[in-house]
Ligand binder design. Structure first.
Ligand code: WT7
Length: 637
C-alpha cells in the first residue's frame, strides 16, 4: 500500500466508512496523524450546525505548505511536483521538481513580505494558468495570507465586487494570458477594477504575454523585479508561519440564488487533510503517477485537485494553460501521450464538446498510459460517459464521477477508482466521513432506497465551509437554516435500490453552465443594468454541450436599435458586469412576464417554455394575466 490511509478494497472501504460514522474523531485523528503538525490538536472536532460553528483539529498548529512542500523534500526533492504545458504545443513545457517549487514558493513568499503582506491579509490572485499561479497561492499560504483566486473569465466589475467584499489590499496578476488563439489583457482588466478600489496598495505583475500594460508608480511592481530583489538579498529562507488549524486558508467566491456572490471560506487543517485524503482514495493515486486535472485554478476543482490535494500527497500534478480545442480538438490526447498521463480529471462539458469532433482527433493517439478517468462539475449524461469509457479509457480505466461543491472543499460522493464500482450517471457512494441524507421540502428524512429528495449532509467533514467572508449570518441562512441541523447542498438527488446516489441537478435558482455555477438573479441584475431593460427573468434550458444554457426573457423599452443590436448590447452588458461566462445564449423580448397576483414571477412556466415543453406548463390559473403566457410561447426562440 502506498499511503497508510489508502483504501485498497471494497471491504476496506466499507470498514473505513463504518468507522467514520461510529467513531468520526478517531477515524480522522488517525488520518491527520500522517501529516506534519508543529503542535498536535487538542480536540478533533467541535461543532454545531445551528450557528454554524465547526472546528476541526482545534488547537493544532501547522502550515499547509510544510505539508505540501517541505516534508517531501527528503524523499521527492528531485521528483516532478508540477508539469506545466503551455497554451501552444510549439512552446517549451516546464517541469518544477519539489525542490524547485519549494525554492520558488519561499522566494515569492519573501517578495510578499517585502511588499508588506502579513498574516491574515487578503490577496487577490487574477492570473492565467502558469506555474507562478500555484507559486503565488502557496506563497500566500506560507506566510498565512488569505488568497482569493479569481477566474480569468470574470470582468473588472466582478473583480471589484470581490476585492471590496474581501477588502483585499494586494493583487497578483499577469500582463496577459493565452487561451487558445486569444490573448487576454489581465492587467488591464485589473486596472479597470481598481478604479473602484483605491484601497489596493500593491499589484504584483508577472510577465507572460508581453501585452502592453500601464504600471502605476508606487502601486504596481513587476514580479521579476521583486524576485531579483530577493535574490540580491541572498535568497533568504522563509520559515512557514505557524497557523492555527482553524485559521482561514482561502476565500473563493461562488454564486448562489441571490445576486451577490459569496466568499466561501476554507480553513487550513481540515481542508488539507480532506483534500489529500480524497485525492489519494478517489483517484487511487500511486507514487509516480501523473495526474492531469484540466480545471482552472480559479475554481475549487483547481484549488483542491491541481494544487493542494496532489501536493499534499507528494504527487505530480499538471498545469495546462490552454483549451481542449486549440490548435485542434486533439489537444488533451496529445498531452496525455506526451507526458504519459495516468489520471485524467475533466468536466462532462469538455467531453461532450470533444465528442462533437468525432474520432478524428484520436487518430494515432495511444492513450495507453491512462489508468483512471474522472469527471466533475455537473451530472454526466450516459452518452458522454460511454464515449469517455470506450474511446478514452478503452474500457479498462475506471471512471470516477465525483460530486462535490465549492463549499464542500473536496469530493463528497464518488466511486473509488477500481475499488468501488462506477455506474454511468451516478456519483454512487459517499466517501468515508460523509453522511448524506435525503429530505422532503419540510425537512423530513426520506428513508429507504429507490427514493428522491433534497440532498443534505448531516455530519461535518473536515473541509466543510466555515463561513461566508464578512457575513456569517449569510452562511447560516444559505446552508444551515433551510433544514434543521443539516448542511443543505442545493442539489436534488435520487438514491437507487442499492443505495447509490445520483445527483439530478440544482433545486434552487442556480444554473450550471459548462460546469460553472451562475445565479439567475446575478444574470438578471446584470441584464437590468442595461438602460433599455425594464425587467428580466433568467432560467436554464438543456444545452447539448454546456449542460445548461442561459435563457433570458426581457422586457425592453429602448429605441436605440433593432432587435439584433439590442440583444448584442444586453450581451455586452452582462459581459461587462459579470464576465463572458455569464452571457445569455438566448434572449427573447417579451411584453410582460408571467406573474402571480402578488407580483411573483412564475419561473416554473418560463423554465418549461425555455425547455420547449410548452404543453407541460401546468396550472396557470393563478396568474394575474394568463394571456401573457401565450404571447411568450409564440415568441419562443
Ligand atoms: C455544483 C457545485 C465541485 C467542483 C466543480 C463545481 C454540480 C458538481 C457534480 C457531479 C452532478 C455535480 C452540483 C453542485 N456538480 N459535481 N459529479 N454530478 N452534479 O463546483 O461551482 O461549487 O458547483 O455542481 O449541482 O451543487 P461548484
Amino acid at each position: 500500500m502506498s499511503y497508510p490511509y489508502q483504501i485498497s478494497s471494497k471491504e476496506a472501504y466499507q470498514q473505513a466508512y463504518q468507522r467514520s460514522v461510529t467513531d468520526p474523531e478517531g477515524f480522522w485523528a488517525d488520518i491527520a496523524s500522517h501529516f506534519f503538525w508543529r503542535k498536535r490538536w487538542d480536540k478533533v472536532l467541535e461543532w454545531n450546525f445551528k450557528e454554524p460553528k465547526i472546528e476541526w483539529f482545534k488547537g493544532g498548529k501547522l502550515n499547509i505548505t510544510e505539508n505540501c512542500l517541505d516534508r517531501h523534500l527528503g524523499t521527492l526533492g528531485n521528483k516532478p511536483a508540477i508539469i506545466w504545458e503551455p497554451n501552444s504545443p510549439e512552446d517549451d513545457h516546464r517541469v518544477l521538481t519539489y525542490r524547485e517549487l519549494y525554492n520558488k514558493v519561499v522566494q515569492f513568499a519573501n517578495v510578499l513580505k517585502n511588499n508588506n503582506v502579513k498574516k491574515g491579509d487578503r490577496v487577490c490572485i487574477y492570473m492565467g494558468m502558469v506555474p507562478e499561479l500555484a507559486v503565488a497561492v502557496l506563497a500566500c499560504a506560507r506566510i498565512g495570507a488569505i488568497h482569493s483566486v479569481i477566474f480569468g473569465g470574470f470582468s473588472a466589475q466582478s473583480i471589484a465586487d470581490r476585492l471590496i467584499d474581501a477588502n483585499a489590499e494586494f493583487v497578483i496578476t499577469c500582463d496577459g494570458a493565452y487561451r487558445g488563439n486569444k490573448e487576454i489583457a489581465l492587467k488591464s482588466v485589473i486596472d479597470d477594477a481598481l478604479v473602484q478600489c483605491r484601497f489596493v496598495k500593491k499589484v504584483i505583475v508577472l510577465t507572460r504575454t508581453r501585452t502592453p500594460v500601464s504600471m502605476i508608480k508606487g502601486r504596481d511592481v513587476w514580479w521579476e523585479d521583486e524576485v531579483r530583489k530577493v535574490e540580491t538579498q541572498g535568497n533568504p529562507d522563509c520559515p512557514a508561519v505557524e497557523m492555527d488549524a482553524e485559521d482561514p486558508l482561502f476565500i473563493l467566491y461562488t454564486s448562489g440564488s441571490t445576486g451577490k456572490p459569496k466568499g466561501v471560506v476554507h480553513t487550513v487543517a481540515g481542508y488539507m487533510v480532506y483534500t489529500t485524503y480524497s485525492f489519494v482514495n478517489v483517484f487511487q493515486y500511486k507514487p509516480g503517477d501523473i495526474h492531469f486535472c484540466t480545471a482552472d485554478i480559479g475554481w475549487i476543482t483547481g484549488h483542491s485537485y491541481i494544487v493542494y490535494g496532489p501536493l499534499g500527497a507528494g504527487a505530480t500534478t499538471m498545469i495546462f494553460e490552454g483549451v481542449p480545442t486549440w490548435p485542434d480538438a486533439g489537444r488533451f490526447w496529445e498531452i496525455v501521450d506526451k507526458y504519459r498521463v495516468n489520471i485524467l480529471y475533466t468536466a462532462p462539458t469538455a467531453i461532450r464538446s470533444l465528442m462533437g469532433f468525432g474520432l478524428g482527433p484520436l487518430q494515432g493517439r495511444k492513450l495507453d498510459s491512462l489508468t483512471v478517468l474522472g469527471t466533475v462539475g455537473e451530472p454526466i449524461n450516459e452518452e458522454a460517459w460511454h464515449w469517455y469509457d470506450e474511446h478514452i479509457g478503452k474500457k479498462k480505466s475506471p471512471i470516477v464521477d465525483t460530486w462535490w461543491q465549492t463549499e464542500t472543499g473536496g469530493i463528497m460522493i464518488s466511486n473509488m477508482a477500481g475499488i468501488t464500482p462506477g455506474i454511468p450517471s451516478y456519483a454512487t457512494l459517499p466517501l468515508p466521513g460523509v453522511q448524506p441524507i435525503l429530505v422532503d421540502d419540510r425537512g423530513v428524512e426520506i428513508e429507504g432506497n429507490d427514493v428522491s429528495g433534497n440532498l443534505c449532509i448531516k455530519f461535518p467533514w473536515p473541509s466543510i465551509i466555515r463561513t461566508t467572508y464578512g457575513d456569517h449570518e449569510r452562511c447560516r441562512t444559505t446552508y444551515f437554516a433551510t433544514y434543521d441541523d443539516m448542511y443543505f447542498t442545493g442539489d436534488g438527488c435520487y438514491r437507487d435500490a442499492e443505495g447509490n446516489y445520483r445527483i439530478t441537478g440544482r433545486v434552487d435558482d442556480v444554473l450550471n453552465v459548462s460546469g460553472h455555477r451562475i445565479g439567475t438573479a446575478e444574470v438578471e441584475n446584470a441584464i437590468n443594468m442595461h438602460a433599455g431593460v425594464v425587467e428580466s427573468a433568467v432560467v436554464g434550458y438543456p444545452h447539448d454541450i454546456k449542460g445548461q444554457g442561459i435563457y433570458a426573457f426581457v422586457i425592453f423599452q429602448g429605441s436605440h436599435g433593432d432587435e439584433k443590436l439590442n440583444r448584442q448590447d444586453i450581451t455586452l452588458t452582462v459581459s461587462r458586469i459579470i464576465g463572458p461566462i455569464a452571457k445569455p445564449d438566448k434572449i427573447q423580448f417579451v411584453n410582460a412576464l408571467p406573474k402571480t397576483r402578488s407580483g411573483k414571477i412564475m419561473r416554473r412556466i418560463l423554465r418549461k417554455i425555455a425547455e420547449g415543453e410548452m404543453d407541460k406548463l401546468g396550472d396557470t390559473s393563478t396568474l394575474l394575466d394568463p394571456g401573457v403566457v401565450d404571447d411568450i410561447k409564440d415568441g419562443r426562440i
